[in-house]
Design a protein around this ligand. Structure first.
Ligand code: SF4
Ligand code: SF4
Length: 474
């Protein structure tokens, strides 16, 4: 795209930047970005990539740092195990996540897409870098694309790139499998050979192919066409949202740079129409047309324009993080009351989520009076039969005891139950509770049973105790 092709009538919104008039894909060859934001993003991407590949190997209290085993419905986050019984937490986390994303986007635009989205991180910081390394920068890539397919240089470079892309896609697939099934299971798959665990092996190959297809060919189309978050930008952003924006008040009337010319006197804006912001854009758009659905806020155009501004000795920031309102009204962006309120709400949601997670009980106990049974008398005491079901949700084995907290009475098991509870295991059984009749206030008395795990009272459950009718005095 050249400066002459820029559309100022809004018609650029009728089609996406990576498609020609016939609906054919226009492959984007973005120029390698350089600058302050690119450096900062590279550091963050490196940290996130190291974290992602190290995560399956890090254990806390014998549990992985992160395990998302959807097949066995077991989830581990920072060493905390979440079971299907913690479903309410998952629902709350999902609702918090959705609200968080909406509020965050209203305030900070697509900051997530440019800085931490896995698609951007893999595309721009892994696959694109390999492409620059093998095929060279934008100009060399365009030249290579124009060569016929029987050209030895093209065959060699494209072949090598495809091979490296496929290997990296395979590594990413294996990392995903480790996060899903755990490293122990993954090591078993590797040591037993692919044909023993054919399902996992086919899964790896399918995901490798999908990743290869996405990063070798589909690329920015994921953000433009597939990603629901990207598609919802139109309803989430408003005039006060901070996005990567071109300062049209300062930049227009755009005109080519002439040495020693006073642009203000010549009534020219600061944009020298060098097209560098367009050349570096990985989604093939011109940010000077305004905020667009395709923009992933990757900051490449900020760096490109800042470098040009430095060269022509004009102030940086012609393209910058700014809100539409601050540009239109030519005033610095202010953190509005609404943004502050949203931020406060986000913090509250996170605190609630943190509290719910940390106050989760180590065991989940269900104690119910045996259905269809009433009380009976034994040795002058009233006796009821109870069934119990206790699940160990913690990351350690538990030695359990049950204790009647109120009223006074005793718990008797039929036989000697095994109250050792391994991680994730469930025990069931029955016991009797015997209470002196004088302790009963009515035919249905509320009783409290304490669950003691490894010597500590960790939960109290309440149930009812059936007894004879208590005669009231007239
Ligand atoms: S317009 Fe700028 S910030 Fe948006 S995707 Fe293109 S280069 Fe990245
Ligand atoms: S890089 Fe800056 S000066 Fe060059 S065309 Fe883009 S906005 Fe104008």
């Amino acid at each position: 795209m050249t400066g002459e092709e820029l559309k100022t009538d809004g018609s650029f919104r009728d089609s996406i930047g990576t498609m020609d008039a016939d609906g054919k894909r226009k492959f984007v060859y973005p120029k390698k970005p350089k600058g302050k934001f690119t450096n900062q993003r590279t550091i963050l991407a490196t940290v996130l990539l190291v974290f992602m590949f190290a995560t399956p190997w890090i254990k806390i209290n014998g549990q992985p740092l992160l395990l998302l085993n959807v097949l066995e419905r077991k989830f581990v986050v920072f060493g905390n195990i979440f079971w299907p019984q913690d479903f309410y937490l998952l629902v709350f986390a999902l609702l918090t996540g959705i609200l968080f994303v909406i509020l965050f986007t209203v305030i900070f635009g697509r900051l997530f897409c440019g800085w931490v989205c896995p698609q951007t991180i893999f595309m721009e910081h892994v696959f694109r870098r390999i492409e620059y390394w093998i095929e060279g920068d934008r100009g060399q890539q365009i030249r290579l694309s124009k060569l016929p397919w029987n050209n030895p240089e093209k065959l060699r470079k494209k072949g090598l790139k495809s091979f490296v892309f496929w290997v990296i896609s395979f590594i990413i697939s294996n990392d995903f499998l480790m996060i899903i099934v755990g490293t122990d299971e993954w090591l078993k798959v590797v040591s037993d050979g692919p044909f023993v665990h054919l399902g996992n092996f086919i899964g790896i190959l399918v995901f490798t192919t999908i990743f290869y297809f996405v990063f070798a060919w589909f690329r920015e189309q994921v953000c433009i066409i597939v990603c629901p978050y990207g598609r919802l930008q139109g309803v989430m952003l408003d005039r006060q949202s901070v996005v990567v924006a071109y300062d049209y008040k300062r930049g227009e009337n755009r005109a080519k740079f002439k040495k020693k010319e006073n642009r203000a006197e010549a009534k020219k804006g600061d944009c020298i129409d060098c097209n560098q912001c367009v050349d570096v854009c990985p989604t093939g758009i011109d940010i000077r047309n305004g905020t667009q659905l395709e923009c992933i806020n990757c900051t490449a155009c900020i760096d490109a324009c800042d470098a040009i501004m430095d060269k022509v000795e004009l102030p940086r920031g012609l393209i910058r993080y700014a809100s539409e309102e601050s540009i239109a009204e030519e005033k610095p962006h202010k953190y509005s009351l609404r943004a502050k309120a949203y931020t406060g709400l986000l913090v509250v949601l996170l605190i609630i989520m943190g509290f719910l997670t940390s106050s989760r009980s180590a065991v989940e106990a269900t104690i119910l009076r045996a259905s269809g049974m009433t009380h009976f008398e034994k040795e002058g005491k009233i006796v009821n039969l109870y069934n119990y079901k206790i699940l160990n949700k913690s990351a350690e084995n538990q030695e359990l005891e049950l204790q009647l907290i109120s009223p006074e009475g005793e718990i008797n098991f039929a036989g000697t139950p095994d109250m050792s509870l391994e991680i994730g295991k469930l025990i069931r059984g029955s016991f009797f509770i015997a209470i002196e009749p004088t302790q009963l206030k009515s035919s249905e008395t509320e009783i409290k049973i304490g669950i003691i795990a490894n010597g500590k009272l960790i939960e109290t459950t309440t149930t009812s105790f059936n007894g004879p009718r208590v005669k009231t005095k007239n």
